[in-house]
Write a protein that binds this ligand. Structure first.
Ligand code: FAD
Ligand code: UQ1
Length: 410
């Protein structure tokens, strides 16, 4: 049995950022983080790895090197959370009690919910940027493309970085043009959603691109089966239950269904759907006042991204300070999230928006336009901001800079 003042569950983007911030607040010896993985990955770069523009090696660093020095790293999986006794249990049978708990467990990928997966990944012509194991298969399938359909799916569930399923389509289109194979290809985006993107300003710009580049978008199409021997993908029509359609593919990019982590599902901390229940402004649990959360595992009604984690980390830092001093939280999270929509090997549309679905742009220019400078930000600047800013608890999102940059502009 162990006890720690601040216990962090999960050593991903949110867990490490909060460990660093809590170290500064209460001292490293009073913070512990539970994380089973020996490696930590910067997932946003996988979009570019799948398109051959970055190496997979560049995306990972040993967990030991990013856990803040002095903070205790417990190398196991949480199997049970008991907020009524302020304790958690791990897969090595250890019980850890806490004074304050920060839940940052991320989300779970469910390839197995598609018939034929994950086994179909043993075959060529299929890949997925969402997993370390399959991201290089995307680049291989793209390079080996000869002629036929290149198909990109979007599942019928919440996802992290909702733009990523289509970014790889734009990159694939650009690659096939560059290599003179575009006229042999029919490019198809089959999405479960009723829209191309949730925010109108950016959706309008993306529809324009889709039209100009001859990309086929089918809404309300949900991938339910892959038959790798026949190179067939089966989609159901979500508006016509029971109606399915078979597509042949020469290349298939799968975005898997996603859901909350198993340990949260059915726990007293979760909502009915299994996501961590939080006050959407303070990031405090509504029933257990010493429990907090951040990132993809939460039920915060905004798009799940590292950019959102950054903004949340600043607010949560403040909320916890106030609670520790027996005050009421005073800083409010506005739902800020951002998605750099990569539209080619040198352009990005930088979507940024809040809970209301209103654009909340950092730079004083129209970010719905494709821009080279934003591509450099995504490909060359963001990784540094992640490793040296967010993970060290020094980057709380662009909010303050937005105010500065717009001074005198509006
Ligand atoms: P994670 O970083 O996933 O961390 C969760 C951690 O919890 C993991 O380390 C895991 O091992 C650990 N864990 C899980 N279960 C347990 C358990 N039982 N016990 C202990 N530990 C456990 N975001 C952007 O802002 N911009 C982008 O351009 C962007 N592009 C993306 C592209 C792709 C292909 C992908 C996959 C993601 C992208 N994201 C992007 C999203 C971003 O990576 C995530 O939103 C962010 O990492 C979420 O942080 P998190 O801490 O909530 O979860
Ligand atoms: C961001 O803060 C962030 O987390 C470090 C990302 O994840 C990689 C992003 O993609 C973006 C766009 C932001 C927001 C930052 C700026 C400067 C707009």
């Amino acid at each position: 049995k162990e006890h720690v003042k601040v216990l962090v569950l999960g050593g991903g983007s949110g867990g490490i950022a909060m460990s660093a911030r809590m170290k500064r607040k209460v001292g490293a010896e009073n913070v512990a983080v539970v994380e089973p993985s020996e490696m930590h990955y910067y997932q946003p770069i996988w979009t570019l790895v799948g398109a051959g523009a970055k190496s997979v090696e560049s995306s990972g660093r040993p967990t030991a090197s990013i856990v803040p020095s002095g903070v205790r790293w417990i190398r196991s999986k949480v199997t049970e959370v008991n907020p009524d006794t302020n304790s958690v249990r791990t897969d090595c049978g250890k019980e850890i009690t806490y004074e304050y708990l920060i839940v940052a467990l991320g989300l779970q990928l469910h390839y197995e919910r598609i018939k034929g997966l994950p086994e179909a990944f043993h075959h060529p012509k299929i890949g997925s940027n969402y997993s370390l194991k399959t991201v290089q298969k995307t680049w291989k399938a793209l390079q080996e493309f000869r002629e036929g359909n290149a198909i990109f799916s979007f599942p019928n569930s919440p996802v992290k970085c909702a733009g990523a399923p289509q970014k790889i389509m734009y990159l694939s289109d650009a690659y096939l043009r560059k290599t003179g194979k575009r006229s042999n290809a029919t490019i198809i985006y089959n999405t479960s959603l009723p829209v191309l993107f949730g925010i109108k300003k950016y959706a309008d710009a993306l529809w324009e691109i889709v039209r100009a580049r001859d990309l086929n978008v089918n809404l309300r199409h949900n991938l339910i089966e892959v038959r790798p021997e026949k190179q067939e993908a089966v989609f159901e029509n979500l508006d016509k239950p029971g109606v399915t359609k078979v597509f042949e593919y020469e290349m298939l990019h799968v975005t898997p269904p996603m859901g909350p982590p198993d340990v949260l599902k059915g726990s007293p901390l979760a909502d009915e759907a299994g996501w961590l229940n939080l006050n959407k402004e303070t990031l405090q649990h509504p029933v257990y006042p010493n429990v907090f959360g951040i990132g993809d595992c939460t039920n915060l009604p905004t798009a799940k991204t590292a950019a959102a984690v950054a903004a949340q980390s600043g607010v949560l830092d403040r909320t916890i300070s106030r609670i520790m001093k027996k005050n009421h939280p005073d800083k409010k999270y506005d739902g800020y999230t951002s998605c750099p929509l990569v539209t080619s090997y040198n352009t990005v549309i930088l979507a940024e928006f809040d809970y209301n679905g209103q654009p909340l742009e950092t730079f004083p220019l129209d970010q719905s336009k494709e821009r080279r400078i934003m591509y450099h930000m995504k490909a060359d600047l963001m990784p540094h901001l992640y490793w040296h800013g967010l993970l060290r608890g020094l980057w709380g999102g662009p909010g303050p800079y937005r105010t500065l940059m717009h001074l005198g502009m509006k």
